[in-house]
Design a protein around this ligand. Structure first.
Ligand SMILES: [Zn+2]
Ligand SMILES: [Zn+2]
Length: 204
């Protein structure tokens, strides 16, 4: 998947600075910041209408390692440090832990699982080696883009909803029932559970 290499930081709600150029932020635009450690991409998440910015490791701040708590955006240029903006960390863990066959997951900061906005999500983990083995090469890339979008959905406040709901509306947050369900699905639903309207990229 093609991905942007641009790194970004911003003044909240005002100016977005991307590498050497800046653009005026549109208050209606919803921006999400992602540190994509292994270059996995972001899958279909842009279909949610969110603008995703890839950031570099030196744009994190806060305590902890880059794989855990250190994922607050560099606040040097923030005008309002009382409202930190969190980024999302995407990692390739290659192989699932023993006795645990999650091929993709959004790991919450706090258990039991609570998702509402990026600060609640510790990391998004993809187990590429296991997934490749499970799905095979051809299906793996299809799975990966949907899995990343699904996990980004969790990280921005979405939960699963039922495949059997009467709305008949396909949604990336329903695809846990296997390949036949999610392969044909490329978007978040806009009616029924209306996942699209629930996506929250703003931290408190
Ligand atoms: Zn899920
Ligand atoms: Zn949905």
């Amino acid at each position: 998947m093609k991905r942007k290499n641009k790194s970004a930081s911003r003044r909240r709600g005002e100016i977005l600075s991307v590498d050497t150029y800046s653009l005026m932020g549109d208050p209606k635009t919803r921006d999400l910041f992602v540190y994509d450690e292994s270059g996995l991409g972001i899958g279909l998440y842009t279909s949610s209408g969110i603008t995703v910015h890839f950031i570099a490791p030196n744009e994190w701040s806060g305590s902890g390692s880059s794989s855990s708590g250190k994922r607050m955006l560099n606040l040097n240029r923030e005008t309002d440090p009382s409202t930190p903006q969190y980024g999302l960390h995407i990692v390739d863990d290659a192989v699932s832990p023993t006795n645990d066959f999650y091929l993709a997951r959004c790991v919450p900061e706090v258990y039991p699982t609570v998702f509402g906005h990026p600060a609640d999500a510790k990391k998004i983990s993809i187990c590429s080696v296991d997934a490749l083995q499970w799905y095979g090469a051809a299906l793996y890339s299809v799975w990966l883009e949907r899995a990343l979008a699904h996990e980004l959905g969790h990280a921005t406040g979405l939960y699963h909803h039922d495949d059997n709901e009467p709305d008949g509306n396909p949604c990336l947050m329903k695809f846990d029932n296997g390949p036949n369900t999610w392969v044909s699905t490329t978007n978040f639903c806009t009616t029924g559970a209306n996942c699209q309207s629930q996506i929250n990229v703003k931290d408190p």
